[in-house]
Design a protein around this ligand. Structure first.
Ligand SMILES: [Zn+2]
Length: 119
């Protein structure tokens, strides 16, 4: 069973826009410091399933911890839209902040607990 859908979304001010394809089957409820403080809920996509449509030059990178995840933040509204990283085997991955998807309702998603604090 696949519930793959194409979604559009972006940052709060609208300068950063993306399109992605996902089933939103796995959305994190992570307890690490940045997810907790920013209220981030990520879903993981292959780079092929994520297209930045606008605002590439309006993003600032934020690095912390081991610098393996490169958070992409709108320089105007400060929203953490997505992050680029790689799995331990080197596969590139996009972590999308599901709160940036147009019309998303977090209460209707199934969140998967993730113990990022202990990593
Ligand atoms: Zn913005």
């Amino acid at each position: 069973m696949s519930n793959m859908k194409t979604y559009t979304g972006g940052c709060h001010c609208g300068q950063v826009r993306f399109e992605c394809t996902s089933d939103l089957a796995m959305v994190t409820a992570c307890n690490c410091s940045i997810c907790t403080k920013k209220g981030l809920h990520f879903t993981f996509l292959s780079p092929q399933s994520f297209q930045l449509r606008a605002g590439d030059d309006n993003l600032r990178e934020y690095l912390f911890n081991k610098h393996t995840i490169r958070h992409q933040i709108c320089i105007d509204c400060g929203v953490d839209v997505f992050a680029r990283g790689q799995k331990p085997d080197g596969t590139q991955v996009v972590a999308l902040n599901v709160n940036c998807i147009d019309g998303i309702e977090l209460s209707k998603l199934t969140l998967t607990p993730f113990d990022g604090r202990s990593l």
